[in-house]
Design a protein around this ligand. Sequence first.
Ligand code: LLP
Length: 426
Amino acid sequence: GVGIYQGTDGFLYCDALKVDDIRAQVAASIFYLYSWQQIRQNYLAYASALEGLDYIIGYAVKANNNFKIMQLLQELGSGAVLVSGNELRLAMMAGFDPTRTIFNGNGKLPAELELAVEHGVLINVDSEFDLANIQAAAAKVGKTARVLIRINPDVDPQVHPYVSTGLAGSKFGIRNTHLQWFLDQIKADPNLELVGAHCHLGSTITKVNIFRDATLLMVDFIKQIRDQGFDLKFLNIGGGLGIDYARKGDVLPTPKDLIDTVRDLVSSLGLTLIIEPGRSMVANSCAFVSTVTGVKTNGNKNFVVVDGSMAELIRPSLYDAYQHIELTAPHDTEVQKFDVVGPVCESADFLGKDRLLHTPKAGDGLVVMDAGAYCMSMASNYNMKLAPAEYWVEQGSQLRQIRRAVTLDDHMKCVAATSGLRASTC
Ligand code: LLP
């Protein structure tokens, strides 16, 4: 098997390796575990779906900025989608060609824009002030800024409101009623080159006709913009493809399904297609592994308390997101309904609610599946929890640490440095 899966023996595996064997080997009670093969397969699924088109796959680095994972995707041919100057710096460090990266955001800062213009990054224009800041950056750096207009197409992605971005009332992008003003400004500025149009509808999308609806609208905009003499090359349809978090065997659209719904539109206009996948590139490649501290009952509620928490994995707390939970080994104990919770000092600290699980005991392994996207990258130091290590199984069977855990010593040094203490204090 490839990725994280339950073997016929009831044990959990990452590629060829048993998760329990890995737990014993790494001697860490909490860690992220990835399948290198799965990430590679996810990338190649996009690349082969796009065959025959001109394209840039812009991996959305915010989903997971582990350096080794970024390097792997870069080596496979990926570009990158960035939302901060620091992400741009990290992407360049990982070897990404900045001219194949896209800088998104509704609040890009002048210094970040200067860095982006300096390196030839494709920049999405998000608002009037954003355009003014891009113009100022281009003038200051003395280079042409290559820009795309981010259009807010007002298409409902039918997802949780926190991950919906392309509706009329969203903070992102430009409403098309106002498009002409932007075109006039850009035309009048010799430091700007308008090279494309962008939209992004939201995240966790499970219906590809939504992408087609948006692309049809975008095609109209592109025609309008070209009619005014702009040489538009790129159509960027954003990211957002969902994955099978439920793990009930539902058939979800693949990258090929997504690309096939827009292929005719893109090729008839002779455009280069940019897509910006984050979640569908990395989420299913990973399990967040933690260890059971104990089991308790309060009233009619049963709890499995583990040492992992909302500090390492906040999606359930923040979005009420469902991520599948499994014990790492088979049990013959009673099956009960449990809330799986962490040690963090608030009731929002849960990894899963009302899960049917065999009753575990202290020391047992428990994993949260599909933890490769927006989990480690959203981890915090709440309750002074420290970032766990990350491992991957390379080439199907080689366990390798790809980021070590932050130690108390690392953290205290940072406390000392940022609090103006002498290092000897800690
Ligand atoms: N492009 C743009 C402009 C975006 O805003 C995003 C995600 C992506 C691409 C990548 O979308 P993806 O393919 O990963 O769905 N923290 C939330 C997700 C936030 C998504 C933000 N934007 C979560 O954990 O579900």
